[in-house]
Design a protein around this ligand. Structure first.
Ligand code: PGA
Length: 246
């Protein structure tokens, strides 16, 4: 069956001193059913790998090209070179702040795979889109456009993150989470056949120790992509424990 995944996205947070939180996480016993991934800012990746133990380290974005005249950007090869094994792609903050389209994301996914990185592909609707009843249509088109045809459960993880739940403390109802995750699973099996069952589908958006267990009880929720609550080892550990027990 699918191995569960607890992924932390530190976003633009974290200085060298904050690696102490990662060290504390790494000192806890490894969960039996759950993989762990922390995506610190790019500036910390190399140092993070030195203290992460068997916690995987990932980037938060990469450029689609391998190298070249792209000031300020980082390639997938560079992430792999400094010890990353995964990369978050198409996060709504990238889509909004940097105008990333599904096609941009798909190109980055292919670049990530070419360096052996696991692609954590983010999709999710805005509140206006949800209120307009467009959620499933949007999710379908984001999946169609952001995933190259050679996606597999081994090279790709899907993260469903409703934009209105990110950093707001507000989460969808369990019925709403169930509806979208089930739709994602069906979309994946329609396109990739039996392989569609192999993809992990994470929920993201205001996952906290207090709500983790109920979210993880929902079918087709194979883990979480956690922002704010991944910055503190105690909070993230509580989420890992809830996931491992689910
Ligand atoms: P949050 O962020 O947990 O702080 O809501 C989640 C995300 O953006 O991945």
């Amino acid at each position: 069956m699918r191995r569960k995944l607890a992924a932390g996205n530190w976003k633009m947070n974290g200085l060298g001193a904050d690696l102490a939180e990662l060290e504390r996480l790494a000192a806890a016993p490894a969960p039996s059913q759950t993989g762990r991934l922390i995506c610190p800012p790019a500036t910390l990746i190399s140092r993070a790998t030195l203290v992460a133990g068997d916690i995987a380290i990932g980037g938060q974005d990469c450029h689609a090209a391998q190298s070249g005249a792209h000031t300020g950007d980082i390639s997938a090869e560079m992430l792999a070179d400094c010890g990353a094994s995964a990369v978050i792609l198409g996060h709504s903050e990238r889509r909004e702040d940097h105008g990333e389209t599904d096609a941009t994301v798909a190109a980055k996914v292919a670049a990530a795979w070419s360096e052996g990185l696991l692609a954590v592909v983010c999709i999710g609707e805005s509140l206006a889109q949800r209120d307009a009843g467009e959620t499933l249509a949007l999710i379908g088109s984001q999946l169609a456009g952001s995933l190259p045809d050679t996606a597999t459960g081994a090279n790709t993880v899907i993260a469903y993150e409703p934009i209105w739940a990110i950093g707001t403390g507000r989460i969808p109802t369990l019925e709403q989470i169930n509806e979208v995750h089930e739709f994602i699973r069906t979309t994946l099996t329609d396109r990739f056949g039996g392989e569609g069952h192999a993809f992990r589908i994470l929920y993201g958006g205001s996952v906290k120790p207090e709500n983790a267990s109920e979210i993880f009880s929902v079918a087709n929720v194979d883990g979480a992509l956690v922002g704010g609550a991944s910055l503190k080892a105690d909070d993230f550990q509580a989420i890992i424990d809830a996931l491992d027990a689910a």
